[in-house]
Structures are given as structure tokens and as C-alpha cells.
Ligand binder design. Structure first.
Ligand SMILES: [Zn+2]
Length: 149
């Protein structure tokens, strides 16, 4: 895994921002981090010590780049995919909740009709209630299934 050459990393600090000679501190992570200057920003090399070294494709062939734990490309990729998975799960959960709420809204007239039948002295209030509940459950699971897909 660590023998693979990673694609070019634009975050690697290779030049001084405003010309001049940039001599990287090889003890520290090579990623450029921005900091505020007046109303704008400038870059400096990350000040954290090197934790891992990765072979990265550079402008003149693969080069060995030291990274801190925060800026390690593989660790970042892992964190980002974990976050994306979490967002996907939360989104699916939210879609289910919306489908459920919308279904409850749509079902209100059917409840009212059933209650009205019972209030008017229907012969079999239990049957009416059972029918409404069965229809509600069937339509609800269909609505949630559609939202989850
Ligand atoms: Zn760093």
C-alpha cells in the first residue's frame, strides 16, 4: 500500500508564495496551510512533525513526501469516505422520515371518513378500523420503500 505512488498533491508546499527560495523543513509535514494576513491570506508549511512518508507523483517524477497525521492523504481519504457514508445514512434516514410524515398527512381524510362511519353508527366499527389500519400500514411501507430506494 505504501509502495504505491499517490497522485500529485496540490497541497504540497513546493514554492514560496511570492517568489524567493523556499527551503522546506524536512522534519515537518510538507503541506501548505493558509493563515490570515490582514484582509487576505498567505501560506506556510505545516508545523507538525512528519508521521508518515508517502511516495507522491511530483512535477519531476515520484518524490518521497513527509506528512503529519492530519494531512496524510490516505488518512484524509479514509476520513472523507467515513463522513460521506455518515451523510448517506443520515440522508436515507431523513428521506424515510419525510415519506412517513407525508404519508400520515395524506391519510388524514381516510381516518376522518372511518371515524365518521363509526360515529354514524356503523354495524362493525372494528372491521372499519382494521381496514383503515391495514391500508395505512401497507401504503406506509410502500412509501418508505420508495424513499429508501
Ligand atoms: Zn500537516
Amino acid at each position: 500500500m505504501s509502495d504505491d505512488v499517490l497522485p500529485n498533491d496540490n497541497k504540497i508546499m513546493r514554492h514560496a508564495r511570492w517568489g524567493g527560495v523556499f527551503r522546506p523543513n524536512m522534519e515537518c509535514c510538507r503541506v501548505g496551510v493558509s493563515f490570515k494576513v490582514g484582509r487576505g491570506h498567505d501560506y506556510r508549511q505545516c508545523s507538525k512533525p512528519v508521521k508518515v512518508t508517502r511516495l507522491v507523483d511530483g512535477p519531476s517524477g515520484p518524490e518521497l513526501i513527509g506528512y503529519c497525521g492530519t494531512h496524510d492523504p490516505l488518512a484524509r481519504k479514509k476520513r472523507e469516505s467515513a463522513r460521506a457514508d455518515q451523510w448517506r445514512a443520515e440522508n436515507a434516514e431523513r428521506q424515510k422520515r419525510y415519506a412517513r410524515e407525508a404519508h400520515i398527512q395524506r391519510s388524514q381524510p381516510a381516518y376522518r371518513q372511518a371515524l365518521q362511519k363509526i360515529a354514524d353508527g356503523a354495524d362493525d366499527p372494528r372491521r372499519i378500523a382494521r381496514e383503515v389500519l391495514e391500508e395505512f400500514d401497507a401504503l406506509l411501507s410502500a412509501a418508505i420503500g420508495k424513499a429508501a430506494a
